[in-house]
Design a binder for this molecule. Structure first.
Ligand SMILES: Nc1nc2c(ncn2[C@@H]2O[C@H](COP(=O)(O)OP(=O)(O)OP(=O)(O)O)[C@@H](O)[C@H]2O)c(=O)[nH]1
Length: 335
């Protein structure tokens, strides 16, 4: 783990929605705590509730930026939040988890601005890639999500090819070749549940901080407003404007079977969902995580007052359909 040298190292966790950033963040925090270090975290969520933050211990100093994406709508706040955290808690390291829709270059710039005022230094941009999702996107080979994933990969100084448990070795080999084509300098680690030696991430396998050359290369590759060298198209400034989030609060417990059946009916354009729910058939509360058709439910006992809530994220999906489905969850049982 990083030794304290006066400058606070900053690590940016990037990667498309549901790729495993929070899973990695939890590991990183555990490792830091075992090493006796005091980490601080900035979390950014598209939805109105910090569901990722609930998974982090209360002892970790955390700033939340909710209801917008760190790289645009709330970008101005990032520098302020970072400086406040540094002044208030003087952490040994700072981890920033962006929304899965963020363009990392914008955040890299914001950290760069802050480093002129405070002793913070961006050390690594770790992009977590959902192997299965990328595989599907690469087969299509086009679209805004594909382009955004490519940008996140190009801006990385370290790449985790995560969720390789869901694919064959040969498919993972193919993806690694693709990652290498898009990003020739970042070390690539294949992972399951983001299991990796954190030291390898902190030092990018080479002990190199982000240098001018890499930064320049990343800017060339994904700079907003710059022309793509191959297509000569301008990159959209907010390449994730197509991603939308829908938040629904519940005042009462819902039927677990109906909920699971509804999740099974979600259309492809709702690819990510998460939330905390109470079910009528058990007294425990549950956190659910849904990413690209995979639904996980975990018992949870959140500290403080946390409402029952579900957040759905996707592209141009039919909100009316979703509202109708959610309404059915709280209706009396059908005869
Ligand atoms: N099968 C499988 N599932 C994984 C793996 N890593 C993470 N997951 C699951 O994928 C889901 C999303 O993981 P998160 O860590 O919350 O992803 P995230 O990138 O933080 O998601 P957002 O913050 O919404 O962008 C969770 O249900 C994880 O348990 C993996 O290697 N394999």
């Amino acid at each position: 783990m990083t030794e304290q040298t006066g400058t606070i190292p900053v690590y940016l966790l990037s990667g498309f929605l549901g790729s495993g950033k929070t899973t990695l963040l939890k590991r990183w925090l555990e490792t830091a705590e075992q090493a006796g270090l005091r980490p601080a975290v900035i979390m950014n969520e598209l939805g109105e509730v910090n569901l990722d933050g609930i998974q982090i211990g209360e002892e970790v100093r955390m700033a939340e930026m909710l209801g917008g994406c760190i790289c645009c709508t709330v970008r101005g706040d990032l520098g302020l939040e970072m400086m406040k955290l540094v002044d208030e808690s003087r952490p040994d390291l700072l981890l920033i988890e962006s929304t899965g829709a963020a363009n990392p270059l914008e955040i890299i710039d914001a950290v760069g601005d802050a480093s002129m005022l405070k002793q913070v230094e961006l050390k690594q941009v770790v992009t977590v890639v959902d192997a299965v999702h990328l595989h599907g996107q690469a087969e299509k080979g086009k679209g805004q999500t594909y382009r955004l994933m490519k940008e996140q990969i190009r801006c990385a100084t370290v790449l985790l090819l995560n969720k390789v448990d869901n694919m064959s070795e040969a498919q993972a080999d193919e993806l690694e070749t693709l990652l290498r084509e898009w990003n020739s300098f970042a070390p690539i680690y294949r992972t399951v549940e983001a299991q990796i030696d954190i030291d390898m991430l902190e030092h990018g396998g080479q002990g190199q901080p982000i240098g001018q050359a890499e930064r320049h290369q990343a800017e060339e590759a994904c700079g907003c407003g710059r022309k793509d060298p191959h297509t000569h198209e301008e990159h959209a400034h907010h390449s994730h404007a197509h991603v939308m989030a829908y938040t629904r609060y519940f005042d009462e417990a819902i039927d677990s079977e109906r909920f699971e059946a509804m999740m099974g009916r979600l259309p492809d354009d709702i690819y990510r969902a998460k939330g905390i729910l109470s079910f009528t058939d058990t007294s425990s509360r549950f956190m659910f995580q849904y990413a690209y058709k995979q639904l996980d439910l975990m018992k949870i006992n959140p500290q403080g007052e946390v409402p029952d809530v579900a957040v759905f994220i996707g592209e141009h999906f039919d909100k009316a359909w979703l509202e109708d489905e959610l309404k059915k969850l709280t209706e009396p049982p059908y005869s």
